[in-house]
Design a protein around this ligand. Structure first.
Ligand SMILES: C[S@@+](CC[C@H](N)C(=O)[O-])C[C@H]1O[C@@H](n2cnc3c(N)ncnc32)[C@H](O)[C@@H]1O
Length: 428
């Protein structure tokens, strides 16, 4: 095992398999609150600067006059380091660490949808399985996976173009790069020094739980990165750390798992607002009345929201009694622009009125209550739309689909159930 081979400080942890979380770390003895659970000595941390030094020294070995040009980000450096060490096989001094990494990321949507050849867009058609996954992603997850794919492709292109990489070991295998990129994304830790990240063997075998509470610190005397637990664990229990306060859409996109009960779950209504904007513009174009706002007026209002930092992140949770502030702000500005009026709405007056609402100044009772009910009924209708889609998705994802990773199907099922539960709270 890597730990023994590389001389890790002793721990009270051993590798084990658990029914819900699969491979993780088990306590071999009771662990007390405040105790260090893992210490990773500096020499065993793979930092971006070590990754860069390894590549440059290979490039120099091939061509002694090679300079020290680099230009890759920390994540790009580490993803390429994993790629190169994997290509080197038993010639790599990190071969045992590379062998300890997961073979694939079958439950990470990006891994399934990143295609067989380099592309900046996700693959949604190449096989039945790929089509099925693409068709069952909730919109915010699909958006996130598309952004990841575009970043992945950008990193691939930049890394391929790096003279040091070309001189050392050229990047040619897209699927191996996708895997390496995900190793870096799912296993890196933040060192806390100017946002530096690193791969940390052994520490990267610990799974996440929302009940975990840890402190990370650097022991300068011994040159160790240390993780302490703020809660005790009993012998035989799985020992967890926390990857941060994330909702399940984030967890599934970034790590390929979800929590059964995620305290940070919410419903993202960005897509519903964007659809409303597109549909409202189309309706106004059709109406073409002198008294109507124009599609350009709607765009101008969206720009106002953007300038005020209020565009997007329209989140709704099950406990919200009223639509939250960002959603209220967007709808209070946008909805009146489309309503039928005698005169063309004056955008300046509408914005001034909206700013008064934002400052908490009293509004005319009639317009205030009309807006309040317009916002409430928009939210109800959006949730009803989401509920009818999620009902079908829950049905589809309740069965295991042939050829697909059962855990990914289970994660999608959980996410759709959460979406449905939150939408249902706002439909009545
Ligand atoms: C840093 S690694 C942890 C060790 C990993 N389980 C392994 O076998 O190498 C992060 C990965 O572990 C898995 N994982 C972490 N926490 C989990 C959890 N609570 N439930 C299921 N899988 C989890 C996910 O696949 C995630 O991408």
């Amino acid at each position: 095992m890597v730990a023994k081979e590389r001389g890790f400080p002793k721990t009270k942890l051993t590798l084990a398999y658990f029914p819900d979380t699969f491979r993780g770390m088990m306590a071999t003895r009771d662990i007390e609150q405040g105790e260090a659970i893992v210490r990773v000595p500096d020499r065993l941390l793979v930092t971006a600067s070590k990754a860069k030094a390894a590549v440059l020294s290979r490039a120099k070995a091939r061509s002694p006059s090679f300079g020290s040009d680099w230009g890759l980000s920390e994540h790009q450096s580490l993803a390429y380091w994993v790629y190169a060490e994997t290509e080197l096989q038993e010639k790599s001094e990190w071969a045992s660490y590379i062998c300890s990494l997961p073979r694939d990321f079958a439950s990470v949507p990006l891994f399934v949808l990143s295609g067989e050849a380099p592309s900046s867009t996700i693959d949604t058609t190449s096989s039945d399985g790929v089509r099925w996954v693409a068709a069952h992603l909730p919109q915010p997850l699909r958006q996130k996976v598309s952004e990841q794919q575009s970043r992945l492709f950008g990193d691939w292109s930049l890394t391929r173009a790096s003279p040091a990489v070309a001189q050392s070991l050229p990047l040619t295998n897209w699927r191996l790069y996708v895997w390496s990129w995900l190793v870096a994304s799912t296993r890196c830790i933040h060192l806390g020094r100017q946002g530096s990240i690193a791969l940390a063997p052994l520490l990267d075998l610990l799974n996440h739980s929302e009940t975990a509470s840890i402190s990370a610190l650097y022991d300068t005397e011994r040159g160790h990165f240390v993780i302490k637990t703020n809660r005790p664990f009993k012998r035989g229990q799985e020992v967890f750390i926390s990857y941060g306060p994330h909702d399940n859409i984030f967890m599934l996109a970034e790590y390929g798992f979800v929590l059964a009960c995620n305290p940070y779950q919410h419903l993202n209504l960005d897509h519903a607002v964007e659809l409303w904007v597109a549909a409202a513009k189309a309706r106004l174009l059709e109406r073409r009345r002198a008294a109507s706002a124009s599609p350009a007026d709607i765009d101008a209002l969206v720009d106002v929201l953007r300038q005020r930092g209020l565009w997007g992140d329209f989140a709704l949770s099950a406990d919200d009694v009223e639509p939250p502030y960002r959603l209220q702000a967007a709808l209070r500005l946008l909805l009146p622009a489309e309503s039928r009026q005698e005169q063309r709405p004056n955008p300046k007056r509408a914005i001034a009125q909206w700013e008064r609402w934002r400052r908490g100044e009293p509004e005319a009772a009639a317009s205030s209550s009309a807006l309040h009910s317009a916002v409430a009924s928009w939210t109800r209708a959006a949730c009803q739309g989401i509920l009818s889609v999620s009902d079908r998705m829950i049905r589809d994802t309740s069965q295991h689909s042939a050829g697909l990773d059962a855990f990914l199907v289970h994660c999608l099922h959980t996410v759709w159930r959460e979406i449905s539960a939150i939408a249902a709270c706002h439909c009545a």
